[in-house]
Design a protein around this ligand. Structure first.
Ligand code: SR1
Ligand code: MG
Length: 415
């Protein structure tokens, strides 16, 4: 159809027409409805539904500029997302949405509608428990990360994939938003909650020891092409149902440090912990009581790290092909560096979501203001411990211990 022979930014009516033209399942549909349901900064997300059969799909549509209009990113992220989702679907069946179609002309990725799932971040804010979360997310990470390691994959094929998944504009966003702006405090590039202005000045903008550690982590993000990572594995990229977990949105994927994925997951669980700590009264009702919710969250933080470690080691040992990579002790050494990176990245994610331009509702929705200020101070103090002491982190309980200590320090007003 000539209308879709060259790219333009679609509205809802265009998306319905597009789905009928492009997707065989809707070719004969009489009544198609498209609704734009995106709430992110970057893409346009349409849910297209056949009003007669009830069948529905998601069409993720990219424009050259971001949805917010603040950047020009080009279209390649859409290809990367389609290819990575397919790859992840093969490596970790059932843990990502099914891809139906990728159209490079219209920059559209058509995939499974996960309407029966909900976004993890918003459920954690409601203090809901998802018993499978640690098992599923550790599974997803181990299964998707190990196969593209140099010691596992044929090194020539790996380097070809590094070229195919170089993702400069999306990596530039991360390098700025995660690894730079929360420390340089340029006008308009941080959003410090006013009651914490003096705290942020002292703990973040003036702490040059912290800046040195962030610089080291930034260099690793820019250069350490360990594995093909998701690149944006926060709790808004995870859909959940009581009995199911699905990871979405790998448009930031590139070859980078494995700890970037694991650290994002842990950092986002820490937001949920800080939220619950300051908002749940004793005997809180809602989805779960305070003790059971925080207990589950703490178990989830610990188990995510420990299960990831166990699964990573088992998969690595079963699949490493490089003779030197099979040297006894190598896998354990490599994993110890991943756990240190995980701590560092969890800290970076926590700081950037507290004071950077892309904040999270886990913190910003907290009321009253004093409770939000407390939660953000807990997060920043724990984050600094994660970054500065990262080389001493070995297992899940190390992450929890630093979080609890940060909360106690904040309570005693020792910051
Ligand atoms: C301009 S994009 C802001 C943030 O949203 C994405 O999900 C990434 O986390 C990015 O840093
Ligand atoms: Mg996203």
């Amino acid at each position: 159809m000539p209308k879709f022979d060259s790219h333009f930014r679609m509205g809802e009516a265009d998306a319905a027409e597009y789905a009928r033209y492009r997707l065989p399942r809707f070719a004969a549909s009489k009544r198609l409805e498209a609704k734009e349901i995106g709430d992110g900064n970057i893409n346009f997300i349409f849910r297209v539904r056949d009003l007669d059969s009830g069948d529905s799909v998601i069409v993720k549509h990219a424009d050259a500029d971001t949805r917010s209009g603040s950047r020009t990113l080009g279209f390649d992220r859409n290809r990367i997302e389609a290819e990575i989702l397919k790859m992840e679907g093969e490596l970790a069946p059932g843990l990502v949405p099914e891809v139906y179609d990728y159209d490079p002309v219209m920059a559209c990725l058509s995939m499974e509608d996960l309407s029966d799932h909900v976004i993890l971040r918003y459920e954690l804010i409601k203090h809901k428990i998802f018993p499978r979360l640690a098992a599923d997310i550790s599974d997803f990470m181990a299964r998707t990360l190990v196969p593209t390691l140099d010691m596992v994959m044929d090194p020539v094929k790996k380097k070809e994939l590094v070229k195919r998944y170089t993702n400069p504009p999306l990596c530039a966003i991360t390098e700025q938003l995660v690894y730079t702006e929360p420390y340089t405090n340029k006008p308009g590039r941080t959003k410090v909650f006013p009651p914490n202005a003096a705290f942020a000045q002292e703990e973040l903008f003036s702490d040059t020891d912290l800046h040195l550690e962030v610089a080291k982590l930034k260099y690793a993000f820019m250069n350490d092409a360990q594995a093909l990572i998701h690149g944006d594995l926060h709790s808004g990229s995870i859909f959940v149902r009581e009995d199911s977990t699905k990871v979405i949105d790998p448009e930031f994927a590139y070859f980078g440090p494995i700890g970037y994925d694991v650290g994002n997951v842990i950092g986002n669980f820490c937001f949920a912990w800080a939220n619950a700590r300051v908002t749940m009264g004793e005997g809180a009702t809602g989805a779960a009581g305070k003790d059971s919710y925080i207990g589950w969250l703490e178990d989830t933080i610990v188990a995510t790290v420990d299960l990831f470690k166990a699964k990573f080691l088992a998969l690595y040992k079963a699949s490493a092909t490089d003779p030197m990579g099979r040297t006894p002790g190598y896998a354990e050494w490599f994993l110890s560096t991943i756990i240190a990176d995980t701590a560092g990245v969890a800290g970076l994610e926590m700081i950037r979501r507290a004071v950077g331009v892309a904040q999270v509702k886990d913190l910003t929705s907290i009321e009253p203001a004093e409770a939000r200020a407390r939660a953000e101070r807990i997060v920043v103090l724990a984050a600094k411990a994660y970054i500065k002491d990262r080389r001493n982190y070995r297992e899940g309980r190390d992450f929890l211990r630093a979080l609890v200590e940060a909360s106690l320090r904040e309570k005693r007003n020792l910051c």
